[in-house]
Design a protein around this ligand. Structure first.
Ligand code: CP
Length: 327
């Protein structure tokens, strides 16, 4: 790992920030998933988490709406003993024109250790990482259409716990892949873990060919794309990243690509159904599937808290090993 040149690795090749899964070695992804596994909560059971972030401060800076990712980071940080502050575009001094760089410097002056950032523009987290002091780690919580690394990790963990051999899996991703940071990070993680049978299913305009999708097969018919698939992941139609001409008609979209029990008969009998959320029921997926026995959608959410704990612990462990920040 020592030869990796990337803004998210330190001089020793360890994760310094988490900006993207692109270029993260399989061993690092596997280590994060292994670290997350014992942190997965059992419903109804009071958990005994390590106080690994006691005395640390985590700031969540969300400039786009979020339920899962924001709550998940906040719960993950609090369960590990951190102090947590939240800033959004509307309630912060960003609304008065303060730059992101000045927001970073302001939070650093308050001794923030981890800055969790969601933004509509790709590249924002990398810019913040370049400006951050040695004590601060930046975590991308979803930016633009390019990266949502902790979502990719939680999706990989959810599959790995049920079907651990990625090399043997047919994984179909259905819907608006073109605008999806979830799909990019998920495919990057699945490929690193050995997946080769990756299928993109949707209208032609939503089936990208560039990396990380270069090796994926394209299907415009749902039945063909999910035939025999072990995992079927539906995506949200990301209207906020489309112009009005690109917006599909919801009912014809559901007719062609909505997941129903009848259509899932084409997939493997024990196929997992995933969705990163938020779901548009009756458009991307019907109620019977979303709440049915194949769906692991709430497992994805549960595993997400553990993955975010593991990521934050990892970044702070790596920081503790860098002498320059200990002065
Ligand atoms: N999956 C996901 O990123 O959901 P939120 O937008 O609710 O965080």
């Amino acid at each position: 790992m020592n030869n990796i040149v990337s803004p998210q690795f330190d001089a020793q090749g360890r994760l310094r920030h988490l900006l993207t899964l692109d270029g993260v070695p399989a061993a690092e992804i596997e280590a994060l998933l292994a670290a997350a596994e014992p942190l997965i909560a059992t419903p109804g059971v009071a958990a005994d988490y390590p106080a690994a972030l006691a005395g640390r401060t985590v700031a969540t800076l969300f400039f786009e709406p979020s339920t899962r990712t924001r709550c998940s980071f906040e719960l993950a940080a609090k369960r590990l003993g951190a102090d947590v502050v939240h800033l959004g575009a509307a309630g912060s001094s960003a609304a008065k024109g303060e730059s992101l760089a000045d927001t970073l410097y302001t939070l650093e002056a308050m001794n923030v250790d981890l800055l969790i950032v969601r933004h509509k523009e790709s590249g924002v987290c990398e810019k913040l990482a370049a400006l951050a002091g040695p004590q601060t780690a930046i975590v991308n919580a979803g930016e633009g259409r390019t990266d949502h690394p902790t979502q990719g990790l939680l999706d990989a963990l959810t599959i790995a716990r049920r079907k651990p051999d990625f090399a043997k899996l047919g994984i179909a991703i259905v819907g608006d892949i073109a605008h999806s940071r979830v799909a990019r990070s998920a495919v990057t993680a699945f490929t690193a873990l050995g997946a080769t049978d990756l299928r993109l299913v949707g209208p032609t305009a939503w089936l990208p060919e560039e990396p990380p999708f270069a090796a994926a097969k394209h299907f415009t018919r749902l039945g063909e794309g999910i035939a025999g698939a072990d995992v079927v992941m539906a995506l949200r139609i990301q209207k906020e990243r489309m112009n009005s001409a690109e917006l599909p008609d919801s009912s014809s979209y559901f007719e062609n690509y909505g997941l129903t029990e009848a259509r899932l008969a084409a997939a493997a009998p024990d196929a997992l159904v995933m969705h990163p959320g938020p779901m548009n029921r009756g458009v991307e997926i019907d109620d019977e599937v979303a709440d049915g026995w194949r769906a692991v959608i709430r497992e994805q959410v549960r595993n997400g808290v553990a993955v975010r704990m593991a990521v934050m612990m990892r970044l702070l462990e790596n920081r503790a090993d860098r002498e320059e920040v200990l002065v």
